[in-house]
Design a protein around this ligand. Structure first.
Ligand SMILES: NC(=O)c1ccc[n+]([C@@H]2O[C@H](COP(=O)([O-])OP(=O)(O)OC[C@H]3O[C@@H](n4cnc5c(N)ncnc54)[C@H](O)[C@@H]3O)[C@@H](O)[C@H]2O)c1
Length: 463
């Protein structure tokens, strides 16, 4: 039975925000009067069949495929991977008749495949995405879209020439909570943005990319030569293959891997093209396991004023040995409040300075002579009305997605909808390069120990 507070809250919601009722309430109803549960939109209308194949079936390849198959009308058409164990696992899940191969070029020749998910290590993203679009396939490419800055324009060009749909896989941009945060920012709820702080700190070995290496890893079970691709030739090394993120030859460090999610979310929320100056600094502090990328990295980025937003500063940080336990959050700070977003929920805090300056407190006024004090108070009272002096009490509202909500499914829905309707996607190739740009420039800044200048409109490094 609804209490009066709860009924009032339900009435207040209206519009797209609606209370999520049922068993999930227990999990999220921390403060019933102040949490707005957002309702996922129903957007999967068409049932035209789309056949999708996975290229790169590791942690994310399986996760992405499971999410893609939740969109109505989507079928699995096959998988490609360089490790036999992952192909066997795919057959265990999707049946022994599933088409599997180690050769993505062979997979791309198959006419019964409409779209591919590219979830390989980063150094393969551009090669496979370009080959797939040229072979007539739509592409869901995991982030970062490219491993190196100079690879981005070729992906954009191929997408334009082939007319195929390409979406980049920073799925947070499709989250209903980010959509609501964006709406609140556009409505001016937190004033003019001046600072963004985002961190992804971790406290676990898997979080620090020390993944399990299967005991059967060998040159029989792994196609090592293909894995290397355009990276330097080296003898077989199972650690490099299964923990590729830890090496610059195949990955993009914490910036390309994790900053990119934070940057993508902020670009989407603010309709931003990106920063013009990037500086990053860091070190390898704790995970001395042979990796050649830092495990602590911080970056400062200057976003210039545009039609979409005021000038603001973005501060990003990853710490893989965060003894406080880890944290993943983004704070978008404005002159009249803050949005703290993370984990498919956010808190909106609003407060505003009164028009009149403070009187008293830790101020030079304290040390005025008695006469000066009384004259000053008289002047103050004449100059500022009661209204001018009225404080605006802080307000706090929480928004959350219902339990079980999966932004990745919404991201795939966006991809498949664009394929079906010939429409656009939320994270196209230009968005992908504009997000990858500052992330990869952070690596450059860290390596060269200098500020990197970036043209966010033309998507080019500047001298
Ligand atoms: N969007 C996200 O939240 C998210 C999360 C994790 C990873 N990712 C991205 O997904 C990608 C994969 O990461 P992961 O954690 O799944 O790595 P992983 O090592 O678990 O999987 C990569 C797989 O790709 C296969 N592979 C390598 N080269 C290949 C090639 N040329 N052809 C076919 N298969 C190939 C490997 O055999 C491996 O199974 C990365 O780009 C990563 O940044 C995204």
């Amino acid at each position: 039975m609804s209490t009066p507070t709860r009924r009032k809250f339900l009435r207040q919601l209206g519009g797209t925000a609606a209370l999520f009722t049922g068993s999930t309430m227990g999990a999220l109803a921390l403060d019933e009067g102040k949490i707005h549960y957002l309702q996922p939109e129903k957007k999967h209308l068409s049932n035209d069949k789309i056949r999708v194949a996975g290229i790169g079936m590791g942690i994310m390849g399986f996760g992405d495929m499971h999410a893609a198959l939740k969109v109505p009308g989507v079928e699995i058409a096959g998988v490609c991977d360089l490790y036999t164990g992952h192909l066997e696992r795919a057959k265990e899940i999707w049946g022994k008749d599933l088409y599997t191969t180690r050769d993505f070029r062979e997979l791309l020749q198959r006419p019964d495949i409409d779209a591919v998910i590219v979830a390989t290590p980063d150094h393969w993203h551009d090669h496979i995405s370009i080959a797939a679009m040229k072979a007539g396939k739509h592409v869901y490419c995991e982030k970062p879209m490219v491993q190196h800055l100079d690879e981005g324009h070729a992906v954009i060009k191929t997408q334009k020439e082939t007319g195929k749909v390409l979406i980049v896989g920073s799925q947070g941009v499709s989250s209903i909570t980010l959509a609501e945060a964006k709406k609140r920012i556009k409505a001016g709820d937190i004033g003019e943005i001046n600072l963004v702080e985002a961190v992804n700190d971790r406290f676990s070995s898997v979080g620090a990319w020390q993944y399990a290496i299967p005991l059967d890893a060998s040159l029989e079970t792994v196609d090592w030569d293909t894995f290397l691709g355009d990276a330097p030739k080296l003898p077989f090394d199972a650690t490099r293959f299964f923990r590729w993120r830890n090496y610059r030859d195949y990955g993009t460090g914490v910036a390309g891997d994790l900053f990119i999610h934070l940057i993508s979310a902020v670009h989407h929320a603010l309709d931003s093209y990106g920063p013009s100056r990037i500086f990053a600094s860091g070190q390898l502090s704790f995970w001395n396991d042979g990796r050649d990328v830092p495990d602590v990295l911080a970056a400062v980025m200057d976003y210039p004023k545009t039609e979409q937003h005021n000038a603001f500063q973005m501060m990003l940080r990853v710490n893989f040995a965060d003894g406080s336990g880890g944290s993943n959050r983004t704070r978008i700070v404005g002159s009249e409040g803050v949005i703290e977003w993370g984990g498919n929920r956010f808190t909106l805090k609003k407060q505003k300075l009164p028009k009149a300056p403070e009187l008293g407190g830790y101020d030079s006024y304290l040390h005025f002579s008695a006469q000066q004090k009384s004259e000053y108070v008289k002047w103050y009272n004449e100059k500022f009305s009661k209204e001018d002096r009225k404080p605006f009490p802080p307000e706090e509202v929480k928004y959350a997605a219902p339990a079980g909500y999966d932004e990745r499914v919404d991201h795939f829905a966006n991809f498949f909808q664009a394929i079906r309707s010939g429409g656009t996607v939320v994270e196209d190739a230009s968005f992908g390069l504009r997000a990858a740009g500052p992330a990869l420039a952070s690596n450059l800044s860290y390596e060269k120990r200098k500020v990197v200048n970036w043209d966010p409109v033309a998507m080019k490094l500047l001298k």
